[in-house]
Design a protein around this ligand. Sequence first.
Ligand code: ACM
Length: 480
Amino acid sequence: GTRLARALEPATGFTLVVSAGGRPPVRGITLSRVASLRRLGPEGYTLDVSASGVRIRAPQAAGLFYGTQTMLQLLPPAIYRAAPTEQRVWRIPAVAIEDAPRFSWRGAHLDVARHFLPKEFVKKYIDLLALHKLNTFHWHLTDDQGWRIEIVKYPRLTSVGAWRQETLVGGQEGDSTTWRYDALRHGGFYTQSDVREIVAYAAARFVTIVPEIEMPGHAVAAIAAYPALGVTGNGMEVATRWGVFSDILNADSSTVAFMQDVLGEVMTLFPGRFIHIGGDEADKTKWKASPKTLSRVRDLGREDEHELQSWFVRQMDAFLTAHGRRLVGWDEILEGGLAPNATVMSWRGTTGGIDAARAGHDVVMAPQRPTYFDHYQAVDRAREPFAIGGYNPIDSVYAWEPVPAELDSLAARHVLGAQAQLWTEYIATPKSAEYMAYPRLSALAEVLWSPRALRDPRDFTSRLAAHLRRLDALDVNYRR
Ligand code: ACM
């Protein structure tokens, strides 16, 4: 109630009185928890607006929050302004709404490793997720080009791993003679206090954060900080260009223990059930060329390097499971055998998700088409900011069905939902992140919340025009 009052006050200039319990005020806004509405699920709500006031009812607090989000959308877009506006009359149309989400995992990812993005932007990103009734923020915190979360036990992860000497800004893929760098040191990280603040900020908006710590690949920044984590033991620099690197973590017990220590600190910071361990694009060339690694494969009774990665992931799965958490990994974690309690995030198309769901594992759909929002939004690339990947327009996002048609109804129940990916190789600023995320994320939010049968592209297009006025009021740099 207090939060809703605070959301309504800046633009209206009203001073709203908030009270708990007692008789509902005439023409006021009433929020009530109603256990008998349990059928709406943990996030459902009803919203009734009539001449006698606004009534939002939900079985749980999340539903009340989503009911208030819908109420705000029914007000003029100026309601989202941060100071009093010209608007004098604030009308809400009379409605009777009963609403609940289709999927429980409605997410967006943000890569802060390729480019560090400031804490204030991360909060604004979370605000916008909540406005779109998205409930999961996948925070990609570590990669080859930067380690972005303070780990008290291993300070070099950030004192060394959070900084790179320069950044690739142009040239032909695969031809290093053409590569151009910016000659600017880049970096930054979130202290544990920053992380606690962001976690609490998200929780107040019913957004759960899924932190990702990449292993055993995409770990050059960690190896630069602690060379003993690598296969060769050689020192190296935090990566300054993009791509897949052959330097990956070794599979020694000390490295497993190191990464479990990291996950231990991560668990104290993030209360959500899911912890993401990456697992994608782990180039095994160095493992295969290392006699020590090959004898490790044999000692562990594994067949090959894929089974060694599977073994590594299983160590993390057992550790997280023992602490009451659940491991999530990119679909490569299927190779060499899936860890027993793992949830799979399917990015290389839908095959990984289909295989995992059929094997009884939960899955989150994140296929490049259409959930990679670092891809182009227009055919005419010359008029767009330089991007990775191909053409992924908003129409394809809106038309997408997250549950693969191949799954029978039993396996389909393992599809928790889906999420957008925002990789930031060529996204260096908050403005550019918003440009790539919106309005595609508005389309995905509807796909993940609303019943499939209600999806209507023409209706969406007209409603989107109205929605963009809200994003204008919030100063979101969406693609026009
Ligand atoms: C990924 O895009 N490597 C998950």
